[in-house]
Design a protein around this ligand. Structure first.
Ligand SMILES: [Zn+2]
Length: 433
């Protein structure tokens, strides 16, 4: 039928396209003014009061007093709320499901994981996390990359994602499966790589299939069975080739490292961030300052297991180690903070309610940050770690309008960040009071 009247359909298709284009254009040009009692902008050391933020399309165009609101702007009045830059969590695993970690991928397809992971990152966005860095996830294929692509193409609402698809691990390392009999030849949750050639090939393959970051398990881990977080896993040669290869292809490297020696080797090799840094020593702190390496401590996750999952059979190692080393860990991170290491917020989120990821802010305050500095760690510093400081992380003209709000004063009570009442990503309201 349609073959007989091609003109008719072409005209209608064009009209539809024009309509869609116009709608998109007017949405781009819409002017919104967000009014709030208080503003923490990610840069200043003090909050501002009775503010207006003017947003045109997806960007902030002005920040000031109420007098800057242009005529005809759509006003979003948040009353006495405190507005902040969208929160940035630089260490998440949306596909991990706590107790099923390391075996889930044997039961669930990559497609199933992509759907579940999409839901998890959408929940995180509604909890206030407008940007996430996925730091290797429990999928043999590339579900996290597909989630990022689907969001970036506008198929679904979701946070901005930077993705390391897998954690690269040595045979017997934290990404391997070390708890079955040797007869079982199973594909591990991590990407198992050995030797300089193996590491080089794996880095190239990750990047070929869409990696924004390379994640290395430089030492053993807390959550995986059969390995020791105090052991260094990759050889210096393997570390060097991973960083050299990724750098040549323009992709940064992050290193999961608990042991003091592992931290030092990874920093010297030139990684951009150290994840955890549990047993970092004075020399490691000095090296991190010298190299400008970021630290993402992920403190709260240990408390989560101690307080809420102490009876988890699959995670007894995590519970035990978290208890044993908690005080030492907090002390060590305190030293790094006082020495001026750049610390960003990372929750190590893996499959629970994302509201509680904001408890990491309280952990950083316990380790020695002021609440203002902790907020900056979860906004501006996170953006700098991601290399996105030209786009997000602060509330100032020219930045993308990623804005959240809490009802109370997070400088008085940092747990306010667990109760985000308003979320805007790139000028679009995701959640309103
Ligand atoms: Zn992690």
């Amino acid at each position: 039928m349609s073959m007989r009247k091609p003109g008719f359909f072409v005209v209608h298709a064009l009209a539809l396209l024009l309509f869609v284009a116009n709608a998109a254009q007017s949405a781009d040009e819409a002017t919104i003014a967000v009014l709030a009692g208080h503003l923490i902008d990610g840069t200043s050391d003090t909050a501002r009061h009775d503010v207006a933020i003017v947003i045109q399309g997806e960007r902030i165009t002005a920040v000031g007093g109420r007098e800057i609101v242009p005529d005809g702007a759509e006003v979003v009045d948040l009353g006495s709320a405190t507005v902040l830059p969208g929160l940035i969590d630089t260490h998440v695993h949306p596909l991990i499901r706590m107790d099923d970690y390391q075996t889930d991928h044997l039961r669930e397809s990559s497609a199933a994981k992509a759907l579940r992971g999409l839901k998890a990152v959408q929940d995180s966005l509604r909890a206030g996390w407008t940007s996430l860095r996925i730091v290797g996830d429990a999928d043999v294929f590339y579900a996290p990359v597909e989630i990022r692509r689907a969001i970036d193409r506008g198929l679904f609402t979701g946070p901005r994602l930077a993705v390391a698809p897998h954690y690269l691990s040595i045979t017997g390392g934290g990404g391997d499966i070390n708890f079955f009999s040797p007869e079982q030849r199973l594909i591990a949750d991590g990407l198992i790589v050995d030797g300089v050639d193996g590491v080089r090939r794996a880095v190239r393959e990750e990047i070929k299939y869409g990696a924004d970051w390379i994640k290395l398990l430089v030492t053993g881990a807390f959550m995986s069975a059969g390995d020791n977080p105090k052991d260094v896993h990759f050889s210096p040669e393997e570390l060097a080739v991973a960083v050299a290869e990724a750098t040549r292809l323009g992709v940064p490297v992050m290193a999961h490292a608990h042991s003091a020696e592992g931290v030092k080797q990874a920093v010297k090799a030139g990684v951009r961030s150290i994840e955890h840094g549990t047993f970092i020593d004075d020399e490691g702190v000095r090296l991190m300052v010298e190299h400008g390496t970021y630290l993402v401590p992920t403190i709260y996750i240990g408390d989560f297991y101690i307080e809420e999952r102490a009876d988890s059979e699959a995670q007894q190692k995590m519970v035990e180690l978290s208890k044993r080393y908690r005080d030492e860990f907090i002390d060590n991170i305190g030293k790094a903070i006082r020495a001026g290491v750049k610390v960003a917020v990372g929750s190590d989120f893996g499959g629970y309610d994302p509201q509680i990821n904001a408890r990491e802010f309280a952990s950083l305050v316990e380790a020695g940050m002021t609440p203002m500095r902790a907020i900056q760690a979860g906004t501006r510093v996170g953006a700098e770690l991601l290399g996105w400081q030209d786009r997000v992380g602060t509330i100032e003209p020219g930045k993308l309008a990623d804005i959240v709000a809490v009802g109370g004063d997070p400088l008085e009570d940092i747990s306010e960040l667990e109760r985000v009442i308003f979320v805007m990503k790139g000028g679009s309201v995701v959640k309103a009071p």
